[in-house]
Design a protein around this ligand. Sequence first.
Ligand SMILES: Cc1cc2nc3c(=O)[nH]c(=O)nc-3n(C[C@H](O)[C@H](O)[C@H](O)COP(=O)(O)OP(=O)(O)OC[C@H]3O[C@@H](n4cnc5c(N)ncnc54)[C@H](O)[C@@H]3O)c2cc1C
Length: 414
Amino acid sequence: MAITRITTNICIVGAGPAGATTSIMLSKMGIAHTIVDAADFPRDKICGDGLDLNVMRVLNHIDPSITTHELPNHTGFQASYGMRFILPGGKQVDLFRRKAGRNPHHMKVPIFYISKRGNFDNFLIGKLDRAFADVHFGTRITKIEKEGATWKLTGKKQNEQVEIEAKFLIGADGDHSVVLKHVGERKIDRNNYAAAVRQYWKGVTGLHPQRLIEVYFPKTLPLSYFWIFPLPDGEANVGFGMASNYVAKKNINVVKEFSNLIKTDPCLTERFKNAEPQETVKGWGIPMSGIGRKAHGDGWLLVGDAASIVCPTSGEGIGSGMLSGYTAAHFVKRAVEKMDYSEKMFTAYDREIHKRLHLEEKIYRFVNYIPAKAFTAGINMVLSNKLFQNWYTNKEMPKWIETAYNTPIEVNMH
Ligand SMILES: Cc1cc2nc3c(=O)[nH]c(=O)nc-3n(C[C@H](O)[C@H](O)[C@H](O)COP(=O)(O)OP(=O)(O)OC[C@H]3O[C@@H](n4cnc5c(N)ncnc54)[C@H](O)[C@@H]3O)c2cc1C
């Protein structure tokens, strides 16, 4: 078998949103590195495809014209101006901005974009700067060893063996990360994990004209939500996610429950009557923040799902993954400048990638603590409350937009 040998200072394993952002930021800092991914792009990733304002925030730091010009004019991205919640009894609550506040421009800013991950991840890959990034796709890393201070990675690219020697390793290879396994941190904690499925559909009726993303809380299935996220060209990303501890406790078959909801739930059946699934139901796990996974060590860092930093209340992990990639690049830059990749250079990293998730972690711990029935009642009470609705649309949404478009991302390395 032919062998390709690569020697590099920094190796990123995985080129999803977290790995690609790390690479893009390292290139902007003028730092040469290698990035490998098992897949050839474009590739699919099982996801809800919802890009929140955290994603826009990082994109604005990469290049502001991405959000002002590229996404609004790209046929693969559907703008969405808010959320429709469907409460356990079937009542609909639409949360989107109806009035211009202090900044009328905010009315034109989508709260989400929805884009198939095949499209979005490939779009980000297009931003890699090959002057600094040595890119190897279609290369699956199968073995990781450390000899002294040197990482030795073995991978496979078709019939070729790939051997990489690196001084620093970044695990950006998602929930089933090989880097995570090697550093001994892959422990699944069902209290901070969700099981989720996705199926693309065409022809779902009753979508909101502002293309609100829809989140439905079925009465019979607590600690879960069903979603319909409108995509371009009349397609929708339809899915269902549930807390893993509840799945295990009640022995729930998530795929079956998802299909049953579409076939039998009065809030959904009519809307799917003439719709067509575009694929079989596909499942994947969601590693949520709150597990306290160690995401750094001597000569290594984890970013994105490998670091278990998905927002536990929403299930959104693309933005937090990209923020972790942005943060990781700053820590790596300092390590490169000091020529020191030892653990002490990264001790503040875990704090920095979790600092925006503390409130959500607390809420999720509380939700895990209360009886499942109280969750359903609580959702009903909060979301149908007019004060909450006003606060959400008139205070929270403008604040998120302001942060995404005008607030620099701070990284405190001390
Ligand atoms: C059903 C579902 C719905 C979701 N919905 C949303 C949503 O709407 N919005 C949101 O923000 N988040 C959502 N998430 C979470 C989101 O998908 C993840 O948090 C996000 O993809 C994490 O990005 P990442 O770059 O860390 O990992 P990934 O996107 O998983 O990328 C990892 C990359 O590593 C590569 N790789 C893996 N193993 C190897 C190896 N051995 N060698 C080389 N390369 C390797 C893979 O090919 C892949 O390209 C959802 C998750 C699920 C499961």
